[in-house]
Design a binder for this molecule. Structure first.
Ligand SMILES: *Cc1c(COP(=O)(O)O)cnc(C)c1O
Length: 365
């Protein structure tokens, strides 16, 4: 298929869609990723034939052969982005969806899975959001979380070759603000476990990275912390990420974020903050920071704030740090002004209350 040829989605609307009253009840406090809209997208891929059978159908369970390759070898990847209702115009928009499309394909190459034309990726999101537009929350700070993903669907246990068949899907879930920006999180430095090693899948948004991470996240909670912070695989010394979010270190008006070495997930929020920094009177650089430098910076007062960033929670302040043999506080342990300003700028662009100087906002309907 060339990008000029549209797949053409077959549309089958649900005959059991939730009523307005049912929807409103669910959307009063949607949580995160717990309730789903009335429809979903599916597109199948077959080796030789390419992508086919693009469709929008009622949301519902899948029937898959128990030998289906994704269950055994985890050939899977996903994306995450949001649709926002802009209060001034009533428009429903998404934020940099082509960046998600490009990252989806970068993940696909690493996982030996087929790429999906970027236009098809964005078109699939548009069709689902347009169909389920009533599910895009009107409450300030809430949004419709979109979850595109792809699984290997060949029912075969042979391990020497990637699957010949795949399915791409999109589901959508109304979402409240994730952690909430008001409270700073505490983090646990994981020196026992590694999220990603050079040559591995750290830069790909694949489920396997998360499967390997849960044990460390559980350990963080056992240590009384909210989130795990990942360190480099070789020395367990250089900071990489926090859970499923990228990290920024604030030295007054200078931002530092760990460079994309291949073991970090290239966050779109991270990239957006690097781009916006200048217009907020901040300088931003990509580099390297060790846990010793993090602690020393906080103790000298030079390192004023630390925050994590990602689509789900936008920007989350980090208030305290704990490791096997050390613990310290960032600033006074509460959210700082730079963190708050960056959060307001990003959400302002997304909700249409700040100018979109970079053309990041993509109107859906
Ligand atoms: C998705 C993800 C992020 C954040 O990426 P965004 O594009 O900003 O949402 C960071 N780290 C990991 C491990 C992720 O999976």
């Amino acid at each position: 298929m060339t990008t000029a040829q549209k797949l053409g989605f077959d549309v089958q609307l649900s005959d059991h869609a939730r009523t307005a009253a049912e929807r409103e009840r669910v959307m009063e406090s949607p949580g995160f990723g717990q309730v789903f809209t009335d429809h979903m997208i599916s597109i199948d891929y077959t080796e030789g034939e390419g992508w086919h059978d693009a469709r929008l159908t009622p949301y519902g369970p899948l029937t898959l052969d128990p030998a289906t390759s994704v269950f055994h070898y985890a050939q899977e990847l996903f994306e995450g982005l949001k649709a926002y209702r802009q209060p001034s115009s009533g428009a429903i928009v998404s934020f940099r969806p082509y960046a998600n499309a490009a990252r989806f394909n970068a993940s696909a190459l690493r996982m030996a899975m087929p790429e999906l034309p970027e236009e098809t990726f964005v078109e699939s999101l548009e069709l689902l959001v347009q169909t389920d537009r009533e599910w895009v929350p009107t409450t300030e700070g809430h949004s419709l979380y979109l979850r595109p993903f792809m699984i290997a669907t060949q029912p075969a246990l042979g391990v020497n070759y990637p699957s010949k068949n795949y399915r791409y899907m999109v589901i959508a879930s109304p979402a409240a603000a994730y952690f909430g920006a008001s409270k700073a999180v505490s983090v646990w430095l994981s020196t026992e476990y590694t999220r990603a090693a050079p040559g591995g899948t750290g830069f790909a948004k694949c489920g396997g990275n998360y499967a390997a991470a849960f044990v460390a996240q559980r350990q963080a909670v056992e240590q009384g912390c909210d989130q795990v912070v990942w360190l480099d695989a070789n020395e367990h010394r250089y900071v990489e990420e926090m859970g499923g979010m990228n990290l920024f270190f604030v030295y007054g008006d200078r931002l530092l974020t760990p460079a994309l070495t291949g073991t970090l997930l290239p966050g779109i929020t991270r990239d957006s903050i690097l781009t916006l920094a200048g217009s907020l009177g901040l300088t931003a650089e990509e580099g390297r920071i060790s846990i010793e430098e993090w602690q020393a910076g906080c103790e000298s007062g030079e390192l004023t704030e630390v925050f994590a960033c990602g689509t789900a929670a936008v920007v989350t302040p980090v208030g305290s740090v704990k490791g096997a043999d050390r613990a310290w506080t960032v600033g006074d342990g509460t959210p700082g002004p730079v963190t708050r300003r960056i959060r307001e700028e990003l959400t302002g662009i997304q909700y249409g209350t700040r100018p979109d100087a970079h053309g990041w906002v993509h109107k859906i309907c």
